[in-house]
Write a protein that binds this ligand. Structure first.
Ligand SMILES: Cc1cc2nc3c(=O)[nH]c(=O)nc-3n(C[C@H](O)[C@H](O)[C@H](O)COP(=O)(O)O)c2cc1C
Length: 313
C-alpha cells in the first residue's frame, strides 16, 4: 500500500490517527505508530512541559515515525514549537490558524508540515504556504469544524481537483469501506479521529468512551458557530446552548455559558452532563472500545475486502 503519503511519512498504511485534545497522548500515538499508521500527539490540551513529557514517552514507546498536532488557537504556541524542535519531532500537523505562520520555520528544522483545512480556499492557501500535505476535513468530523458545512464527500473531490500536493481526507471515516471511499474520491490517505477516541489507549475518560459507543445516528450536532464551530454530543450542556440561542444571545453570553475548561470537564474528567463532548457523526457506527492495533487491523482488512468487491463490479 505504498503511495505519496506512506513515502512522505515512512509509514506502512496511509492511515493517520488524528491529533485530539484530551484523547491522543503518547499511549495512543505510539500504539498507532507501532501498528503501521501515523500516531499523532494532540498538543492542544497540554501545557508545554506536559507536551515535552508526552513526546519523550512516545519516543521511548516506538521507533516508528509519529507527529504532533498544534492547534494554533491555543496559547503558548511559541513555547510548543520550541519544544517540538528541541525534542526532534519530525512531523507536525498544524490546525486552526494561518499555515504561513510556522510552516517555513518548522521546515527549516527538517520537520514535515501538514495543515488541516475545511475548504478548497484554505487548501490552496496551505499549498501556497509550502506545506508538505493538506488534511481536508468535512463537516461530519468531531471537534472544531469549518463554517461552510462542506461534507467530506463533496470536499475531497473539490480539493483534489485543484491541489497538487498530497491530500489526506478526514471527517466521517472509521472503517475500511470509508477509507476506500475517501481514497476513490481522491485522497492519498485518511485521518481518523472519533474511532480512536473509543480505543483502549485513548486518554479520554471511560464515561466518554462509553458514550461514544452508545451514540446513534443523529446524536451529534455542530454548534457555537459564532465562537468556534464545534461538533459535540447532544447532552445537558448542548441543550443549554440551544436554549440560549432561543433568546438571540450576544457573543459574550455564549462565551459566558461556555465558561472555562468545558472540554476537559467532559472528555477528560467524565462529566457527561455539563461537559463538552466533542465527537463526529460517525460515532453512530462505533460499537466497541478496542485496542488501537485491532482497530487498525480491522480497517485495513475491510479496506482490502472492499477493494476486491469493487474490482468485481
Ligand atoms: C475529541 C476530539 C478532539 C479533537 N481535537 C482536535 C485538535 O486538538 N486539533 C485538531 O486539529 N483537530 C482535532 N479534532 C479533529 C480531528 O483531528 C479529526 O480531524 C476529526 O476527528 C476527523 O473526523 P472524525 O472524528 O469523523 O474521524 C478533534 C476531534 C475529536 C473527536
Amino acid at each position: 500500500m505504498q503511495n505519496r503519503i506512506t513515502e512522505l511519512f515512512n509509514i506502512k498504511y496511509p492511515l493517520i490517527q488524528a491529533g485530539m485534545i484530551w484523547a491522543s497522548g503518547w499511549k495512543l500515538a505510539s500504539a498507532v505508530s507501532n501498528n503501521g499508521g501515523l500516531g499523532i500527539i494532540g498538543a492542544g490540551s497540554m501545557y508545554p512541559e506536559i507536551l515535552r513529557v508526552h513526546i519523550q514517552k512516545c519516543k521511548k514507546a516506538t521507533d516508528k515515525p509519529f507527529a504532533v498536532n498544534v492547534p494554533m488557537l491555543y496559547p503558548d504556541i511559541d513555547k510548543i514549537i520550541e519544544i517540538i524542535i528541541e525534542e526532534g519531532v519530525q512531523i507536525v500537523f498544524t490546525s486552526a490558524g494561518n499555515p504561513k505562520t510556522w510552516t517555513k520555520h518548522l521546515q527549516s528544522h527538517g520537520i514535515k508540515v501538514v495543515h488541516v483545512v475545511s475548504s478548497v480556499k484554505f487548501a490552496l492557501k496551505s499549498q501556497e504556504a509550502g506545506v508538505d500535505a493538506v488534511v481536508a476535513e468535512g463537516f461530519e468530523a468531531g471537534g472544531h469544524n469549518g463554517r461552510e458545512e462542506t461534507t467530506t464527500f463533496t470536499l475531497i473531490p473539490m480539493v483534489k481537483e485543484q491541489l497538487d500536493i498530497p491530500l489526506i481526507a478526514a471527517g466521517g471515516i472509521a472503517t475500511g469501506r470509508g477509507m476506500l471511499a475517501a481514497m476513490v474520491l481522491g485522497a492519498d490517505a485518511v485521518q481518523i479521529g472519533s474511532r480512536f477516541v473509543a480505543s483502549s489507549e485513548a486518554s479520554s475518560h471511560q464515561n466518554f468512551k462509553n458514550k461514544v459507543v452508545e451514540a446513534k445516528e443523529g446524536d451529534t450536532q455542530l454548534t457555537l458557530k459564532e465562537l468556534a464551530p464545534v461538533r459535540m454530543l447532544k447532552n445537558k450542556f448542548f441543550n443549554q446552548i440551544q436554549n440560549l440561542y432561543q433568546t438571540a444571545p450576544t457573543k459574550e453570553e455564549l462565551i459566558s455559558l461556555l465558561g472555562r475548561a468545558r472540554a476537559k470537564k467532559g472528555m477528560f474528567e467524565g462529566d457527561m452532563e455539563d461537559g463538552e463532548l466533542e465527537i463526529g457523526q460517525i460515532s453512530g457506527l462505533i460499537h466497541e472500545i478496542k485496542p488501537a492495533a485491532d482497530i487498525i487491523q480491522e480497517i485495513i482488512s475491510e479496506f482490502e475486502i472492499a477493494k476486491q468487491e469493487v474490482a468485481n463490479f
